[in-house]
Design a protein around this ligand. Structure first.
Ligand code: 13P
Ligand code: SF4
Length: 334
């Protein structure tokens, strides 16, 4: 078992982590690797002892994303994989609602969250009571809820969505109107892609709402051939400037398929680092907005969580039973 005293950059650690460093050396400077490598090595050993799997969101830093994660992806991929894994323990390297979703889908597993304070401005913008009031105001209109919400809010909803499947699910409901919560920008983006009327909530992602159309027009002036790829949590004037709009996984796929010479990913900073590792021939222009919640997750906290087997994410069983239905409906639709 690991303890902090062992965490030195020894020749054995250097040798064990060399193949990983080879992959990430374009985005992690050589002088920094001796700080990460002992944690990478200790986590990978302890993970095997615990029969644990590390699920990491695309916004994790490269030493987590490429160093210790078993499964990486967007919110939809993480939910799917959490439902499928046969590990005993899931460590969620992401934010709290993602760990809650994993617990909903795998109630018998231990779900560890390296830092319980890793929240989300969207999840904290709405409560279960708000959803009940909306239902009173719009009786009979289905409530379509972004996964970036608490289990309490999911439990009051009809179906979950992620940015990777939102339009498809809204259209599959067969109604002329839906309530889409809580991201106003994602809701407006969905409305622009369908004839279904979308009633929205005023929530927003504190990372994506900071980008502006004017900033992107400046980049276009500076780099004539730039390809702009944006996340649908961005405001409409930003999406108007984009060549492609999609979830983080769809952005990754787009870059892989299109292989643009120069690309700007309008999303959280670490995405560009993680994707750049896979595509050395693509130049990434980086207007950087950090998610302060995602950035609370670090290698030392992951090691600590696996060592102590806490903090554990638990969901009230009655809430979980109702919330699970909405997430499972989403997985069935997609
Ligand atoms: P996706 O990875 O599902 O596109 O979500 C982005 C995001 O902001 C997650 O918090
Ligand atoms: Fe929430 Fe935005 Fe951070 Fe994603 S990037 S966790 S939506 S605040």
């Amino acid at each position: 078992m690991s303890n902090v005293a062992e965490l030195e950059y020894t020749p054995a650690v250097a040798a064990a982590t060399q193949p990983i460093y080879e992959r990430v050396k374009s985005v992690i400077p050589e002088f920094e690797w001796p700080v990460h490598a002992p944690y990478v090595d200790a986590i990978n050993k302890l993970k095997a002892e615990r029969n644990a799997v590390i699920l990491a969101h695309n916004y994790m830093t490269p030493e987590i994303f490429h160093g210790v994660a078993d499964i990486v992806g967007d919110s939809l991929a993480l939910a799917r994989k959490a439902a499928e894994t046969d590990a005993d323990v899931i460590v969620l390297a992401g934010v709290h609602f993602m760990a809650e979703t994993a617990k909903l889908l795998s109630p018998e597993k231990t779900v560890l969250m390296p830092d319980m304070a890793a929240g989300c401005s969207l999840a904290s913008s709405i409560t279960a009571a708000d959803v009940r009031l909306l239902r009173e105001k719009y009786p009979g209109v289905p409530v379509v809820t972004y996964v970036n919400t608490s289990a309490d809010v999911k439990a009051e909803s009809d179906v979950c969505i992620t940015s990777g499947n939102a339009v498809k699910i809204v259209e599959s409901l067969g109604t002329d109107k839906v309530i889409c919560l809580p991201d106003q920008y994602l809701a407006r983006y969905i409305a622009s892609q369908t004839d279904v009327e979308v009633i929205y909530w005023e929530g927003s992602c504190e990372v994506h709402e900071r980008f502006t159309g004017a900033e992107l027009r400046d980049y276009r002036k500076q780099f004539k051939d730039i390809v702009i790829v944006a996340h649908p949590e961005c405001p409409q004037d930003v999406l108007k400037e984009a060549d492609f709009v999609g979830s983080t996984a769809n952005m990754v796929n787009y870059v892989g398929e299109a292989q643009p010479e120069r690309v700007l990913l309008v999303t959280e900073c670490s995405m560009s680092d993680n994707v750049a590792v896979e595509h050395p021939n693509v130049e990434f222009i980086r207007p950087c907005n950090l998610c302060p919640h995602m950035k609370l997750i670090t290698l030392p906290k992951i090691l600590d969580a696996l060592t102590k087997m806490e903090p554990r994410v638990e969901v009230d069983p009655e809430v979980a039973a109702r919330a699970r239905v909405t997430v499972e409906r989403m997985l069935a639709y997609s």
